[in-house]
Design a protein around this ligand. Structure first.
Ligand SMILES: Cc1ncc(COP(=O)(O)O)c(C=O)c1O
Length: 486
C-alpha cells in the first residue's frame, strides 16, 4: 500500500527477483509472506501448469453450476454463509458489487467515513446520496478507532431514506466495531448491513481472534484472503446471509465488476487456502497467537514507543482488537512515524505495511517466522532504547487536528460531472469541492466531490500539508490548489 519512494528503475521482473534475494522481511501484505520454503506454499504447482480458461468441465465463475459452484458452496459451509463467492479482482470488486446491490438508485447509504475508495466509487457509479458516520480517533495514538452504534442509530433515525449501512471492521490497524449492535439497528429497520472485513479474513480461523462480521450478523461480508492469509494477491471472497439482500442483483454486479477471464490459478489458490485454514491452518493460528502474545509482552516494556494493546478495548469505540496488527505509536517519542518506518527499513531490513505521522503498523500472519518476529522485536526495542537517550532538543509535535465532519450538498456523481476551476487551498473555504482530498495514509477523505469546503476543512488541509503529510486525490499534485465547482 506504500508509495514508491526509492524509485526503483528498469525491468520489473529483474527488480522483483533482486528484491526477493535481499533479505528484507515483510511486515506487510500479502499474508503468505513469500515463505516459499513452507510446505503449504512450496507444494503449490507452477502457476502456468494449472492456468486454464473456461474449458469443458471447468464451469464458469459468472454462471457457476459445476465444479466452481461446488467449491464456493463448500466455502460457504466453512464460513457459515448462505452463499459465498470467489473474487478475482480483490475486495474492491466485492465492495463495488455490494454497494451497487444495496443501492436502490434513490436512497441514501450510511457509510463509515473511513471506507476504502472502492466504496466511494460504488456510491459514485450508482449516483447515491451519502450520510457519514465517523470513526473515533484515539487521543494518544492518533489512529482511527471504532464506530459508535448510538451515532449510527441517531443517523438512522434522522434519515428515513437510508437503504443500507456500510462499515469497515476491522480497520487497517485491527480495530473492530460492535458489529452485532450495528446489525441489530439495521435489521430493526429491515435494511442490510455490509461489512468490509478486508483486513479480517483470518478471524474465522482463530478462536482467540475477534468474531467475524458474518458471525456478528452482517448481511454481506467482504474479505481479502491475500491480506492476512496465505493466498495470492488479488484473491478475496464475498459472503451473503440471505434475507435483506437481493442475491440476483448482487450476482449481476459481480459479473460487471470482475474480469470475464477469472484466473483459475487464483480460484484454486483460494479454494486451497480456505480448505487449509479450516484444518491445519486452525492449529497454526493457535501457535501464531501465542507467538504474537510473546512479542507483545516484550514490546510492552518500551518506554518511548507505545504499543496499542488490549487495554484499549472499550475506549474510542473499540469493541475488540485484532492483536496480530502491531500498531506502534510514536506520539510520545521524539520521532515521527515516517522516521521510524524509514529506520526499520534502512537499519533493520524490515518493511512495514503503513506509517502515519504518529504511528507505524506491521501486519503479521500465521506465516511469519520466529526469526522474523524476533527481528521486529529487536529492532523496536533498539529504536526505543536510542530514543530514550535522545536529548530532548525539540518538543514532540502538537497533535494535528482531526478530519472535520463533511457537509455533502449534492451527490458525488453530480459534482463530478459539473464544470470546475482550481482555487488555492487558502481561498477554498465556502466553495463546493469538485474532487477528493485524501490524507494518505490511511486514505480517509477530508473532502469528497459535492461537499461544502468548511473553514475547518480548508484549515485542516493546510495544517496537514505544512506538517509534510501527503494530501492526495487532487488534480494538482503539489496540493496548492483544489478543484471546486464553478
Ligand atoms: C478496508 C479496505 N477495504 C477494501 C480494500 C480493497 O481490497 P483489495 O486490495 O483486495 O481490492 C482495502 C485495500 O487496502 C481496504 O483497506
Amino acid at each position: 500500500m506504500k508509495q514508491a519512494e526509492d524509485g526503483r528503475q528498469g525491468n520489473l521482473y529483474q527488480a522483483l527477483l533482486e528484491y526477493s534475494g535481499q533479505g528484507v522481511y515483510p511486515f506487510h501484505m500479502p499474508g503468505h509472506k513469500r515463505r516459499t520454503e513452507d510446505p503449504f506454499l512450496r507444494d503449490f504447482p507452477n502457476p502456468f501448469s494449472i492456468d486454464i480458461t473456461e474449458i469443458h468441465g471447468f464451469d464458469n465463475l459468472h454462471h457457476a453450476e459445476g465444479i466452481l459452484r461446488e467449491s464456493m458452496d463448500r466455502m460457504a459451509a466453512v464460513y457459515g454463509a448462505d452463499r459465498s463467492y470467489y473474487l478475482v479482482n480483490g475486495s474492491s470488486s466485492g465492495v463495488l458489487s455490494a454497494v451497487s446491490a444495496v443501492s436502490d438508485n434513490s436512497g441514501t447509504i450510511l457509510m463509515a467515513r473511513n471506507c476504502h475508495k472502492s466504496a466511494y466509487h460504488g456510491v459514485f457509479l450508482n449516483r447515491m446520496r451519502t450520510a457519514y458516520t465517523y470513526p473515533q480517533i484515539h487521543g494518544e495514538f492518533g489512529v482511527q478507532c471504532g464506530l459508535v452504534p448510538s451515532e449510527i442509530e441517531k443517523l438512522l433515525n434522522q434519515n428515513v431514506d437510508i437503504s443500507a449501512v456500510f462499515v469497515v471492521s476491522p480497520t487497517y490497524d485491527g480495530i473492530v466495531s460492535d458489529i452485532k449492535k450495528i446489525a441489530n439497528l439495521c435489521h430493526e429497520r429491515k435494511i442490510p448491513l455490509v461489512a468490509d472485513e478486508a483486513h479480517g479474513a483470518h478471524f474465522p480461523f482463530g478462536s482467540q481472534f475477534p468474531a467475524s462480521a458474518l458471525e456478528a450478523g452482517a448481511d454481506v461480508v467482504i474479505q481479502s484472503l491475500h491480506k492476512t492469509l496465505p493466498s495470492l494477491t488479488q484473491t478475496a471472497v464475498l459472503h451473503v446471509k440471505e434475507g435483506l439482500v437481493d442475491v440476483d442483483r448482487l450476482e449481476h454486479y459481480l459479473q460487471i465488476y470482475q474480469s470475464s477471464s477469472p484466473s483459475y490459478v487464483f480460484m484454486a489458490a483460494m479454494e486451497r487456502c480456505v480448505s487449509y485454514m479450516n484444518g491445519e491452518g486452525r492449529r497454526r493460528m493457535d501457535s501464531f497467537y501465542q507467538r504474537i502474545l510473546a512479542l507483545r509482552r516484550e514490546l510492552e516494556g518500551m518506554r518511548c514507543l507505545r504499543l496499542l494493546d488490549a487495554s484499549a478495548k472499550g475506549t474510542y469505540g473499540i469493541y475488540d482488537l485484532d492483536l496480530s496488527k502491531i500498531v506502534i505509536s510514536t506520539r510520545k517519542a521524539r520521532i515521527t512515524g515516517e522516521e521510524l518506518d524509514r529506520r526499520l527499513r534502512e537499519e533493520a531490513g524490515l518493511e512495514m505495511e503503513m506509517c502515519t505521522a504518529d504511528s507505524v503498523t506491521a501486519i503479521t500472519s500465521l506465516m511469519d517466522t520466529e526469526e522474523g518476529l524476533n527481528r521486529l522485536k529487536e529492532a523496536l526495542l533498539e529504536a526505543d532504547r536510542r530514543l530514550e537517550k535522545r536529548v530532548p532538543a525539540e518538543r514532540p509535535a502538537e497533535p494535528l487536528p482531526p478530519i472535520p465532519a463533511a457537509r455533502p450538498v449534492m451527490t458525488i456523481y453530480e459534482a463530478w460531472n459539473r464544470p470546475k476551476k482550481p482555487v488555492p487551498l487558502e481561498q477554498s473555504a465556502g466553495h463546493i469541492s469538485g474532487e477528493y482530498v485524501y490524507l494518505y495514509p490511511p486514505g480517509i477523505p477530508i473532502l469528497a466531490p459535492g461537499e461544502e469546503i468548511l473553514p475547518q476543512a480548508a484549515e485542516t488541509m493546510i495544517r496537514y500539508k505544512e506538517s509534510g503529510l501527503a494530501l492526495q486525490g487532487l488534480k494538482d499534485y503539489r496540493a496548492e490548489t483544489i478543484q471546486v465547482l464553478r
